[in-house]
Design a protein around this ligand. Structure first.
Ligand code: KG4
Ligand code: ZN
Length: 411
């Protein structure tokens, strides 16, 4: 049962909506306070925010090193690590904030989409927590949280275009409100972070002295700085498909075939690091960036043709783990500059999964009285959950051809 507006008003003090400086911690004020909990994939995150977006306390346990060693995320391992760390992570965030459970206005937790076994840990923990402390519960859509994080940092009005790119997702959407999204395109196979992680594994970058602790995407970005992308001219996917969807598996296949060929030429066994690894990384990164830039360019032109973005200061928000990549940011800057949009990216720390973005989404929902549940309501997690209303068929039907734009970025 949803809390009625009246009940929400009764329970929660209404405060003025402000956008404050946010990365600084500060002591709890009389503002409403939200605890956010994230366990959708391989990061256990928690944070306490006040309603201006000030981070009062946060904690994050990353499983990256474990999954790097096993060559990818094993869901049962991820679940066990969430189970082992969630209590500590939440207590740390609360302890650092100086906020007691009784002072919280609500608890917001990711319930979709994500790995079932991981989501289950966050949801079970949160269910017990809100019942024990008699607090409202706000179920959060992980991708909505990525999309709205930027509003915690600066006043970005709806509607805006958003490109979300991570290890599990690749999508373009128009954010029209806290719970109102139009999905323009999404990946039809894998996500760009997944592609970069798999390419990095195929290149054995974990054995490279400069990359042993980096995620695949980070390793590719680092090595690409010293490489020449023109040595391996991979084809950008979907050149003849005039929509905003993405395909990455074919590109990965092109890269894998080229790696095999180079291994044969250099006489090295699969598993050894190739001498041309930097050029390969640069070419792979460029192809991913170019694919993302082209689909985004079409999304911008579609939005303009349909009047979906404001004429004054239209914005493209870029987020998700892959959005930390500076080369990809530059490629998208070329597109936004050519089309008159402003490119807005949260700092890398807030692009990857974290509890802060979940707490912020809780704040946004709390302010609008949307999706606030009483502590005894049964909520299920949903591993698959599309974002908003899917209008990708209308985008495809518009079949917009792109004017030529050169994605030329110095290393
Ligand atoms: O959003 P995120 O933390 O988790 C989800 O997938 O939801 O994103 C993790 C992904 C990984 O695939 C990682 O390789 C990629 O983001 N990534 C990067 C960079 N940093 C992280 N990809 C490219 N360049 C980076 N600098
Ligand atoms: Zn994510």
């Amino acid at each position: 049962m949803f809390y009625t507006q009246a009940k929400a008003l009764q329970r929660l003090l209404r405060c003025k909506h402000t956008f404050g400086s946010t990365l600084k911690s500060r002591k709890a004020s009389s503002s409403r306070l939200v605890l956010g909990i994230e366990t959708s994939c391989d990061d256990t995150g928690a944070a306490v925010l006040d309603e201006t977006g000030a981070i009062l306390g946060e904690s994050l346990h990353s499983q990256k090193e474990v999954h790097l060693r096993t060559g990818g995320i094993i869901p049962t391992v991820a679940q066990q690590l969430h189970r082992e760390h969630i209590e500590r992570v939440v207590q740390e965030a609360l302890g650092r904030s100086g906020v007691t459970p009784g002072q919280l206005s609500a608890v917001a937790t990711t319930v979709k989409p994500g790995l079932a076994l991981s989501l289950a840990i966050g949801l079970d923990f949160s269910r017990r927590f809100v019942r024990r402390n008699d607090k409202p519960f706000i179920p959060i859509h992980h991708m909505e949280a990525h999309a709205l994080t930027v509003r915690m940092l600066r006043p970005v009005a709806f509607p805006f275009l958003v490109l979300l790119i991570s290890g599990g997702h690749s999508l373009l959407a128009v954010a029209r409100g806290v719970d109102d999204f139009l999905l323009l395109g999404h990946t039809l196979d894998e996500a760009p972070g997944d592609t970069l992680d798999k390419v990095a594994r195929r290149l054995s970058l974990i054995k490279h002295p400069r990359c042993s602790t980096l995620s695949g995407g980070q390793a590719i970005e680092l090595l690409a700085k010293g490489g020449d992308r023109t040595k391996f001219p991979f084809r950008t996917p979907m050149g003849q498909t005039y929509d905003c969807c993405f395909l990455f598996a074919g590109l990965r296949n092109q890269i894998t075939m080229t790696i095999k060929k180079k291994e044969a030429e250099e006489g090295v066994e699969p598993g050894a690091v190739l001498s041309c690894v930097e050029d390969m990384a640069a070419a792979a990164q460029h192809s991913v960036a170019s694919h993302l830039a082209k689909r985004t360019h079409r999304a911008i032109l579609f939005c303009k043709a349909q009047g979906l973005l404001p004429e004054n200061s239209p914005a493209l928000v870029l987020s998700g783990g892959v959005a930390s990549n500076q080369y990809i940011r530059k490629a998208l800057t070329i597109i936004t500059e050519a089309t008159g949009l402003q490119l807005l990216c949260p700092p890398p720390k807030l692009c990857t999964d974290n509890g802060v973005m979940i707490a912020w989404n809780g704040v946004e929902r709390l302010r609008e009285g949307k999706g606030i549940l009483s502590p005894d309501v049964d909520v299920s997690y949903e591993p698959k959950a599309p974002l908003g209303v899917d209008i990708s068929a209308a985008v495809r039907a518009a079949a917009i051809k792109l004017p030529p734009v050169r994605i030329k970025i110095p290393n």
